[in-house]
Design a protein around this ligand. Structure first.
Ligand code: UFG
Length: 327
């Protein structure tokens, strides 16, 4: 298929674009490079532009005869979404609607959308199934939930086929070391811990050790970035106009902050000093996926099933790119 990967210069989008390309699809990346990286996109495949430029998107879809869209373009800093909701509503909702309208205008019928565990808020049950109530506790999660709803409405009205893939904690890097995680500012646990191992930070702060978990630190379900990409590829293969999928993408295994730091110590051989600091506002104690629906429906299995193997790919990237993409 001819696929437009919107936000394909970012962390998740760039890895997925490469997996689509390797599976034989024709991939075009659309990105404003606000957070994305030019060098994460294969030469000649990047079109720079804004999500809000609907006319440009429609023209592009028509010119390239696009058959499906993958939509990764979103602001994703939970804390910032609380202090600057306008930025999140404008881009994550306004931009996504502009993209959907362009698809309708160009007659493109398939879309895979990056949704998130943040749409669940603080879940009542662990592991989290797709039946869990979606009650986001921050504007970021809310913007993603609004677009899930918009997709359902657009699907019904305009015969779109869509998949809303709810990621747990995307982590790791492509094993060949060419693509990896490079956020500015960086707020995610694994890259921050590895920056300590590289000597770029003195220590890692553990945000709270008094949670109701076995070691008192928060538990997350870290899923390898290429396992996410493969799930996108498989979801695309299944999509038909008028049909929808809502799927959790995780491994079903949780790792605590302490366990992640310990894994980083084993992988890097560095002592990685850690200090306990205050809880970060809005962090649920435990988020672990029940991904059995995705495994069944997509015929998909995460290939990276333990935190150490995920961290090893991240370390490979950070060690060889201590300053990220440098672009
Ligand atoms: N953490 C620390 N110290 C740090 C950074 C993080 O202890 O310096 C902890 C956090 O408190 C959390 C865990 O490490 O318990 C993971 O934190 P991340 O920031 O790496 O990831 P989050 O779980 O906060 O965020 C992820 C996605 C978001 C999504 C969110 C939904 O990155 O996009 O899950 O809860 F919105």
């Amino acid at each position: 298929m001819k696929i437009l990967v919107v936000g394909g210069a970012g962390y998740v989008g760039s890895h997925a674009a490469r997996i689509l390309d390797r599976a034989g699809h024709e991939v075009w990346v659309y990105d404003n490079l606000c957070y994305g990286h030019r060098s994460a996109v294969p030469k000649g495949r990047l079109i720079e532009g804004s999500l809000l430029d609907g006319a440009k998107l429609t023209e592009l879809m028509q010119a390239k005869q696009i058959e499906a869209v993958m939509h990764f373009a979103a602001y994703a800093y939970v804390g910032e979404s609380v202090t600057d909701p306008s930025k999140y509503y404008g881009n994550n909702i306004g931009g996504s609607i502009s993209l959907l309208d362009a698809m309708v205008a160009a007659g493109v019928k398939r879309i895979v959308f990056s949704s998130t565990t943040a749409t669940y808020g603080v879940p009542e049950q662990i592991p989290i199934t797709e039946q869990e109530k979606q009650q986001p506790i921050n504007p970021y999660g809310f913007t993603k939930l609004v677009i899930e709803q918009a997709l359902a409405d657009y699907a019904r009205a305009y015969d779109l086929g869509y998949a809303a893939l709810r990621y747990f904690n995307a982590a790791g890097a492509s094993p060949d070391g060419d693509l990896g995680e490079d956020h500015d500012p960086e707020t995610h646990l694994i890259p921050l811990v590895l920056q300590v191992a590289l000597g770029q930070r003195e220590q890692i702060s553990i945000f709270g050790d008094d949670y109701p978990t076995p070691d008192g630190t928060c538990i997350r379900d870290y899923i390898h970035i290429d396992d996410l990409g493969t799930a996108h590829l498989k979801a695309l293969d299944l999509l038909e106009p008028g049909q929808s999928l809502q799927l959790n993408l995780g491994t079903g295994r949780g790792a605590s902050v302490q366990e992640v730091i310990d894994a980083c110590r084993r992988v890097t051989g560095h002592p990685i000093p850690a200090v306990i600091s205050a809880r970060r506002e809005g962090d649920p104690p435990e988020l672990v996926a029940d991904s059995s629906l995705a495994q069944r429906v997509l015929d998909w299995q995460p290939q990276y099933n333990d935190i150490e193997s995920i961290v090893a790919t991240a370390w490979n990237w950070h060690r060889s790119h201590p300053n990220g993409y440098e672009d």
